[in-house]
Design a protein around this ligand. Sequence first.
Ligand SMILES: Nc1ncnc2c1ncn2[C@@H]1O[C@H](COP(=O)(O)OP(=O)(O)OP(=O)(O)O)[C@@H](O)[C@H]1O
Length: 308
Amino acid sequence: MPPVIEVRDLRKRYDDKIAVDDVSLTVQEGEIFGILGPNGAGKTTTVECVGGLRTPDRGEIRVLGLDPLRDRAGLTRRLGVQLQAGHLPDRLQVGEALRLYSSFYPGPADWRALLDALGLADKARTRYAKLSGGQKQRLSIALALVGNPEVAILDELTTGLDPQARRDTWDLIEGVRSRGVTIVLVTHFMEEAERLCDRLALIDAGRVVMVDTPAGLTARARIEQRIHFRPSRPFDDALLASLPDVSGVTRRGELVVVTGNDNVLNAVTAVLARHRIVAGRLRVEQASLEDAFVQLTGAPAQNGTRTP
Ligand SMILES: Nc1ncnc2c1ncn2[C@@H]1O[C@H](COP(=O)(O)OP(=O)(O)OP(=O)(O)O)[C@@H](O)[C@H]1O
C-alpha cells in the first residue's frame, strides 16, 4: 500500500533561519505518527508544509498521492488541519463555526457529538471571544475533525488543556484512529506520544534524528537501568562496583543506587544472594521515552503539567 504521506528532502528557511534543513518521512494509512522534538526544531514548519500552508524551498510532499500546493482543492476535503487558536472572528458562536465548517465538506461528522466528546456541549451558543484558552484549543480540534477527513494534522493537540481534558481528547483521538483516519500529531508531551503514537519521528535542528515506535526509540537510546534497594546489612560498594554490568554505585541515605546495563538487576541480585544480603524495597526504574528524548536531543522534555 502506498504511504498516505510522503515527505522527501524537505527544506524551508525564513530569511537567514533554516527552520527545516532536511526532513524525509512516510506515514502509513491508519497510523498515528508523532512528531517530537525540542522547541524550534522545525516540527510546525514541517506539518505546515504537509498541510499546504507553507511553500517549501526544496523537496517533495505527497498527501494521499496529491501535492498539497498544486492539488489544494482536491486535498482540502480529505485533510483536516488543526489551526492554532485565534483564527476565528470574536463574535462567531461555537455552533455557527462548526456548522459553517461542516458545510465545506461532502460527508461531515456530527458536530454536536464532537462538541460533546470534547466537553464543549454547553458552549454551542458561546461566542469565540468568550471561550477560555483550553476551550478554544478544543474547538480547533473539533474544526479539524468535523469534515470527517481521511488524514488529520494536529499540532500541539492538548497544549493548554488540564489533565482531564487531555485524557478525554486522547480518547477522542483513539476513536478517530479506530475509524481508519491517519493522524499526524506534533507533541511536546511524552505521555501523549507514548499513549497515542504508533511511530514517532524525533526532529532536532531541522533534521530527523530517528523514526521508531515509542518503545523502539526508548530502547535505541541505550539508557542505563537504575535500581535501588535497602540492604539488610552494611557492605562495601566495591562488591557491586567491580561487576562488569555495573557502571556506578551511590548511596542515597539508607538506599543503595546502582546503575548499569540491561543485566544489572540479575548481576546485583546474584551477588547479594551469595553474600546473604537481602535487598529490601528493591525498585527498578524503567527508562522512559522522556529519558530517550533527553539523551537523543540534549534538550529537557516537558511534562504533562506544564505548558510549553
Ligand atoms: N514565520 C517565521 N519567520 C521566521 N522564523 C520562523 C517563523 N516560523 C518559525 N520560525 C523559526 O523557525 C524555527 C523552527 O520553527 P518551528 O515553529 O517550525 O519549530 P517547532 O519545532 O514547531 O517549535 P515549537 O516546539 O517551539 O513550536 C524556529 O527557530 C523558529 O523561530
